[in-house]
Design a protein around this ligand. Structure first.
Ligand SMILES: O=P(O)(O)OC[C@H]1O[C@H](OP(=O)(O)OP(=O)(O)O)[C@H](O)[C@@H]1O
Ligand code: HPA
Ligand SMILES: [Mg+2]
Length: 175
C-alpha cells in the first residue's frame, strides 16, 4: 500500500506536556522504591523512553528488549519474535515496562509472561498510546498517555515498514 501524506493526530507540544506529567507521576510512584528497572521495548519505544526518563527524578536503571510481531505491516502477525533479550537481573526489583503502544495486547502479554519467570518484586506498564478497540488479549496498563481510536499510527518511534519513526509527532497515514 502506498501512502502520500501523514496527518497529525497528536502534536509535538501535546506529546511533550503529557510525557512530562507521566514522568512526574512515575517519580511520585517510585520515589520510595529502590532499584527501579525500566524495560524499553525496541524499536518503537525508544523516543518515548528517552523523553520520559528525563522527567523521572529518581535513581533508575534502563534495559532494552527487542520484540516484534508486526514485521513491517499494518496488523499483528501473532508471530512474536524476541530479537534481542535484556541483560539486567530484575529478581526482587520493581520493573516498569515502557511501551509505545498497546494494540492487540499480544506483545505486552508475552513480555509480562517472560518477566514473571525472572521474579521481579512488581511489574507495571507505562504505555504512550492505548488502542483498546483492537484488543485480542485482555490486558491494561497502569499508566497511559493517550487512548486512541482504531487508527494505524506512525511517528515518535512508531513505524510502517520501518519508516516514519523519526517524525516528532504522532500521525495517521493517508492515501
Ligand atoms: O499490542 P500489539 O498488537 O502486540 O502491538 C504493540 C506492539 O507492536 C509494535 O511493535 P512491532 O512489532 O511493530 O515492533 P517495533 O517496535 O520494532 O516496530 C509496537 O511497538 C508494540 O511493541
Ligand atoms: O498503530 C500502530 N502503528 C505502528 N505500530 C503499531 N503496532 C501496533 N499498533 C501500531
Ligand atoms: Mg513496528
Amino acid at each position: 500500500m502506498l501512502f502520500s501524506s501523514v496527518e497529525t493526530l497528536i502534536t509535538q507540544d501535546v506529546l511533550a506536556k503529557r510525557i512530562e506529567e507521566l514522568g512526574k507521576e512515575l517519580t511520585e510512584r517510585y520515589k520510595n522504591h529502590a532499584d527501579l528497572v525500566i524495560i524499553c521495548t525496541l524499536k518503537g519505544s525508544v523516543l518515548f523512553v528517552a523523553d520520559l526518563i528525563r522527567h523521572m527524578d529518581i535513581p533508575l536503571e534502563i534495559d532494552f528488549i527487542s520484540i516484534a510481531s508486526y514485521h513491517g505491516g499494518l496488523t499483528s502477525t501473532g508471530d512474536l519474535r524476541v530479537l534481542h533479550g535484556m541483560s539486567t537481573d530484575v529478581k526482587g526489583r520493581p520493573v516498569l515496562i515502557v511501551e509505545d503502544i498497546v494494540d492487540t495486547g499480544r506483545t505486552l502479554t508475552k513480555l509480562k509472561e517472560m518477566l514473571a519467570e525472572m521474579h521481579p518484586s512488581s511489574v507495571e506498564v507505562c504505555a504512550l498510546l492505548d488502542k483498546p478497540s483492537r484488543r485480542v488479549v485482555s490486558i491494561e496498563s497502569e499508566y497511559v498517555g493517550f487512548t486512541i481510536e482504531d487508527l494505524f499510527v506512525v511517528g515518535y518511534g512508531l513505524d510502517y515498514q520501518q519508516l516514519y519513526r523519526n517524525l516528532p509527532f504522532i500521525g495517521v497515514l493517508s492515501e
